[in-house]
Design a protein around this ligand. Structure first.
Ligand code: ADP
Ligand code: MG
Length: 353
């Protein structure tokens, strides 16, 4: 980005998956055909598909899916019996001992809450509940209610005790929400399970969270498509990222939203305003840790292109693509050479070079 200026396109992004191995048929690695296994389930408010190749692919996929289910159950803030709910129910009362998984992810989430200056804030639950995006019918809270909820959001009041492995929210009414991190963490866990089963070629697709493990069975890199979240303004597909051992995570304003009086209200909040974040319509992170990429895609979405990409560059080892409200795309410089552009709208793309 520094030398050539930001890359600008007219379309917005969403990660989608292009099915691999068209030409040679499924399960062909050199001379040895590999068994393929695939499973789809609905959890964490999204459709999850795991596809794996290898001798133990079927068992691997079953166990990886079970692992994702386990993580989803621990971290589901809408289930009063989950670990996260127990933390929330005990806000302002007492610390709660949790599993290693929940503790580890909360630690990561708190670290990035700090690094992002609170743009990502893992204690965002009061805002999530108040707005009820996707649950309440086109509800826009009044300013006083937003202010009350916003005042309860602060990652500094989340107390993690490493030794006791306990979690404590300092004030009553506070709440943890791992909606912006749990899918990525679950995908990381699923990947570990696949690797333990000797799988070297697989795709985990958890909505906007994708893990491309190894290469396709035909030896080519996986091809992850980047899709237009405003298809009404142009084509479905914008670009393809050839991916080998990479995770891609997108946060967008088009997954859970409603439109009232011409205004789009969606599920990613700016903790500074207590309202849906406005400086981005899509944010993609490419990295090697899906929990981190998930958290950072939400942070980048809230921070917007300038501050957000500055943070990503500072962290290093990550690539990112942001789409502004004007539907211009800005990416980190390394990505410019990797993205295969398949469509630009009306020749307006690529202006910034
Ligand atoms: P998606 O859930 O569509 O994959 P994200 O990863 O960006 O998208 O997560 C959005 C979810 O994260 C919301 O549904 C909510 O649970 C939570 N969330 C919303 N705003 C924030 C924020 N500023 N910081 C942390 N989590 C947030
Ligand atoms: Mg996220």
């Amino acid at each position: 980005m520094r030398n050539r200026g930001p890359r600008l396109f007219a379309l917005a992004l969403a990660v989608i998956l292009l099915s691999g191995c068209r030409a040679r048929g499924p399960g062909w690695a050199g001379q040895v055909p590999l068994a393929k296994a695939e499973k789809t389930e609905f959890m964490m408010d999204t459709v999850i598909t795991i596809t794996a190749y290898g001798p133990k692919a079927a068992e691997a996929v079953n166990n990886a899916m079970a692992e994702m289910r386990r993580i989803a159950a621990l971290m589901n803030a809408d289930d009063p019996k989950s670990e996260v709910s127990r933390i929330n129910q005990n806000a302002g009362k007492r610390p709660v001992r949790v599993s290693e998984d929940t503790f580890r992810l909360l630690k990561l989430a708190q670290r990035y809450s700090e690094l992002s200056g609170g743009a990502f804030d893992v204690t965002v639950r009061p805002l999530v509940v108040l707005w009820g995006i996707g649950k309440k019918d086109k509800y826009v809270p009044d300013a006083a209610a937003i202010e009350r909820a916003r005042a309860l959001v602060n990652w500094r009041d989340l107390i993690l005790d490493e030794k006791a492995r306990t979690v404590y929210l300092r004030r009553p009414g506070m709440g943890i929400d791992l909606g912006g991190a749990a899918k990525g963490y679950a995908a990381d866990r699923a990947r570990e399970v696949l690797l333990e089963h000797g799988v070297r070629s697989a795709l985990i697709d958890a909505g906007g969270n994708i893990w491309a493990l190894g290469r396709r069975p035909d030896g080519e890199p996986w091809r992850i498509g980047i899709r237009n979240p405003r298809p009404e303004h142009g084509g479905e597909l914008l670009a393809v990222v050839p991916s080998e051992d990479l995770t891609l995570v997108t946060s967008g304003d088009y997954e859970r939203y409603f439109i009232r009086d011409g205004v789009r209200y969606h599920h990613i909040f700016d903790p500074r305003t207590g309202r849906p974040a406005r400086s981005t319509i899509s944010a993609t992170i490419i990295g090697r840790n899906s929990a981190e990429a998930d958290i950072l895609s939400t942070a980048l979405f809230v921070l917007g292109p300038e501050q957000g990409l500055a943070l990503i560059r500072k962290l290093g080892n990550l690539e990112a693509v942001v789409v502004t409200p004007e539907e211009r795309i800005v990416s980190t410089s390394n990505l410019e050479d990797k993205l295969e552009i398949v469509r630009q709208e009306g020749g307006t793309g690529d202006k910034g070079r």
